[in-house]
Design a binder for this molecule. Sequence first.
Ligand code: GLN
Length: 301
Amino acid sequence: MARRRTVGEELHWAAEQLRQGSLESARYEAELIVAHVLQRARHELYISAHELVTTADHAQIQALVERRCRGEPLQYLLGDTEFHGCYLRLTPAVFIPRPETEELVELILARSSNPPANLLDLGTGSGAISIALARAWPKSSIVAVDISSEALALARENAMRNGVAERISFLRSDWFSAISGEFDLIVANPPYVRTEYLERAPRELHYEPRIALDGGPEGLDALAQIIRESPRHLRPGGALYLEIGSDQGSRVRELLKHTHAFTEIEIGKDLAGHERFARAVRARAEDVSLGTGLRAAVCDS
Ligand code: GLN
């Protein structure tokens, strides 16, 4: 039988395997995997560097390292992630929340002079956006929808873990299909990746639910539908926030304009300098400067 390894040796071994698997942050990921299996915090690994690892733990580390080398995202292997200071459980039923979406949350918080009384999160997935906003705004009530019941069950569990479940209603809905009423704010990080790009995307993306990424031939299918239907569900003066693809800014601006229902249309960039966010405010009927087209659209809806 092979000699049992120490924690230090195990870390070294795992990092080497991951490096050979062409993973950029091999050492860091090795630490996360070993800490996860040994149920320690990452910094505790160094104090226990000389302890022996059991054969069962080694087998588990080895299995996770092998799966990671084949391209499975680390967040699915560990089963959790951190988003805007919240711990979220993750399964392959939901898309992995990205740092850009944390920026979207920051943008929403920075631009909302008053917390909205109610808001709608379309395609909530793991619940990330709703949970982060619920924590930041303790008086707001939130409706979070998703087409996937599995995602909704996970999002509900995450809301409970973060102590905000009583202020978020989870509802199964294909975008607005099950929604009635008006909101002060609507947010969505819908699928916006072009179908054709997904076919040749990095291997990690193939582990995520396609329905959360595939935005159709131009990546605009879901965005266009949400933009078209949101004026009916936004209170005048309420804001729509969208995450968008880096090459979709001008198309999204056109789609927003085309509704004749929005003012203050803005496209914002992420920290990498790519256009990533759209914001628009539902016009009030008295926004005369926008002309009669707008008045007609507002009155119809
Ligand atoms: N930003 C994601 C990616 O490129 C896509 C997110 C989405 O489609 N909503 O992986």
